[in-house]
Design a protein around this ligand. Structure first.
Ligand code: UFG
Length: 334
């Protein structure tokens, strides 16, 4: 069975993809520097999956670390998650973002070439579409950036598009991944006050934060609050399995949206989370957040046609799994 290297494999999406790949029969090696992942993630993955978890501790900015991973394992494909992902921080530290996200990708590609592996799945983002009234968005919509973070994702896609024909590349544009694994043993676990909606709501539900600020209720949307295409992280993880299978079976590169095609407003999420945790989520309307768009939803048909990908889990599933994870962690902390 093919052996896959996951850079950033101990992170939120990486760890869920690890389990989906193991379920699909792949061998998997995690490459991570644990800068944004808890050190106990491999042990948790081992508890869930049963078998020993292979981890190479290393940094994508360090070519020697990457070469060591390729020397230790015969790698058939790479999923490159390892990157910085906070839009606001990227405005403060644009060079950091370019260094890690673009420089890191270049290092990974060079190490892959040296190691004789030319199959890569790249974590891209719906942010490459910028602010557009075309909703839901098809993949051939022009790319444009509204932050240094978005710039690095477009640059990554463009670098991959320049590779020679003997490379097979899967570019996956994530919409808004939320939720947690069905085991409730892994999930999203931000250290600081969360920037993103569902992790923030989760901390209101646990009582760690008093109330959610809803950023704007005067958008041109059904209830005036921002609409996004939330996708369960386990569905998203499956998208990576299908992308890798396609690269391995056909060698055909692809660029696809990973979303549900459905939009939910901030207040829809507040209600769904309240139902999941059995308590109302306190909120107050606040001014719009700089850089936010009104609506961002995926056209999901290309991923279905090319990969057979379809998200099956609902917003209620996303909130229930998030709550199971967050409330379980809280019990453990006590
Ligand atoms: N929101 C609030 N209050 C909060 C946090 C968010 O009202 O405290 C609202 C936002 O205004 C937005 C929605 O909830 O309408 C979702 O916001 P998130 O921060 O959860 O997600 P974004 O859509 O802003 O950003 C996400 C990823 C980015 C990615 C972007 C586009 O975090 O990395 O999608 O793909 F670039």
């Amino acid at each position: 069975m093919a052996k896959i290297l996951l850079t950033g494999g101990a992170g939120y999406i990486g760890s869920h993809t690890y389990l989906a790949l193991i379920d699909a029969g792949f061998e998997v090696v995690i490459f991570d520097n644990f800068s944004n992942a808890k050190p106990d993630v491999p042990a948790r993955l081992q508890d869930i999956a049963g078998d020993r978890v292979h981890v190479v501790e290393g940094d994508v900015l360090n070519r020697t670390d990457l070469d060591a991973a390729f020397a230790a394992h015969q790698i058939d494909g790479v999923v490159h998650f390892a990157a910085k992902k906070a839009v606001g921080e990227s405005v403060e530290k644009p060079l950091d973002y370019m260094h890690t996200n673009v420089g890191g990708l270049l290092n990974v590609l060079a190490a892959m070439e040296a190691g004789g592996c030319r199959r890569i799945v790249f974590s891209s983002s719906a942010t490459v579409y910028g602010d557009t009234d075309v909703q839901p968005i098809p993949e051939d919509h022009p790319r444009t950036y509204t932050s240094p973070y978005a710039f690095t994702k477009i640059a990554g896609e463009q670098i991959l598009e320049q590779l020679t024909d003997d490379w097979a590349v899967g570019i996956l544009r994530y919409f808004n991944p939320v939720g947690a694994h069905r085991s409730a043993m892994i999930g999203e676990d931000p250290e600081d006050i969360p920037n993103n909606l569902v992790p923030y709501i989760a901390k209101v539900a646990t009582g760690d934060l008093a109330k959610l600020s809803v950023f704007g209720d005067d958008y041109d949307t059904p209830d005036g609050t921002g609409v996004r295409d939330y996708i369960h992280v386990e569905d998203l993880a499956n998208g990576h399995v299908l992308s890798l299978k396609r690269l391995i079976d056909t060698g055909e590169s692809h660029t696809v949206n990973l979303g549900t095609g459905e939009g939910s407003s901030v207040l829809d999420v507040v209600r769904a989370y309240g139902a999941a945790c059995g308590d109302d989520i306190a909120y107050a309307i606040a001014p719009r957040r700089d850089g936010d768009v009104a609506v961002l939803t995926a056209r999901p048909d290309k991923a279905k046609a090319e990969l057979g990908f379809e998200a099956t889990r609902t917003l209620a599933d996303m909130c229930r799994s998030s709550w199971a994870w967050v409330s379980g962690q809280r019990r453990n902390d006590k």
